[in-house]
Design a protein around this ligand. Structure first.
Ligand code: ADP
Length: 226
């Protein structure tokens, strides 16, 4: 297995508040890794550093062997747009757009024409059990439906890495498990690597591997027996 993304001894502070104190993690291509740990331990900060949203104060972030931490904002922004997908706790759909336009957004931003982007986005609706909801706006979707739309948007451009920050955190447990089932099967089908932040053991259990973040550091990884 080849490593696709890694953090090496990364530190990051919000002003005087240290969030990461030397975090190291490495994720293989196609692997689904759950980053676990108590609230405030640094999970989201680690995900944001890996995804090129935050730049570490020290240490290195490598994606496909390239130093993400050394890239300027415009290169990191292109990397996020072209190679990464994102799903956040609250789907964060654009309320003015229809569901299918929301899913197509990463393609449209990547320069794909509407004529190609919309059919490609539509194909995800059947796949995720969202048939007939293409023209709804986010206010007309249930929480689980909106999060499945957000998942389709995260995967539509076939990213190399999908970053998911508490993607089921706002859902009831049954709906959350349905979203995780879909996330894992879609990622496996596409060969997408997934970095998932969660504080829930039952959600982390969907991953190939769990790592624990405590106090801004990553503890020894635990392999899940399969
Ligand atoms: P987790 O995702 O594990 O809950 P975070 O990465 O969000 O943890 O936070 C790690 C630490 O950084 C915490 O002490 C938190 O209070 C602090 N922190 C996170 N985001 C900010 C911010 N925007 N401004 C100031 N402090 C922050």
């Amino acid at each position: 297995m080849s490593v696709v993304i890694e953090a090496r001894d990364v530190t990051f502070a919000f002003g005087q508040t240290p969030a990461l104190r030397g975090a190291t993690i490495s994720v293989d291509t196609g692997e689904i890794v759950a980053i676990m740990g108590p609230s405030g331990s640094g999970k989201s900060t680690l995900l944001h550093c890996l995804a090129g949203i935050l730049v570490p104060d020290s240490g290195e972030i490598l994606f496909d062997g390239a130093r993400v931490d050394a890239m300027d904002e415009s290169r990191r922004s292109s990397l996020r747009r072209d190679r990464f997908g994102f799903v956040f706790q609250f789907g964060q759909l654009v309320p003015e757009l229809t569901a299918v336009e929301n899913v197509a957004l990463p393609l449209l931003l990547g320069g794909v024409h509407r004529r190609q982007a919309l059919p490609k986005a539509s194909a995800w609706f059947a796949r995720l059990g969202l048939d007939g909801l293409e023209q709804r706006r986010s206010g007309e979707l249930s929480g689980g439906q909106a999060q499945r739309v957000a998942l389709a948007r995260g995967l539509v451009a076939e990213p190399q890495v999908l970053f998911a920050d508490e993607p089921t955190g706002a859902l009831d447990s049954l709906t959350g498990e349905q979203v995780m089932d879909l996330l894992v099967s879609a990622a496996r089908e596409q060969g997408t690597t997934v970095v998932l932040v969660t504080h829930e053991a039952r959600i982390a259990a969907y991953a190939d591997r769990e790592v624990m973040v405590r106090d801004g550091r990553v503890n020894a990884p635990e392999r899940i027996a399969s």
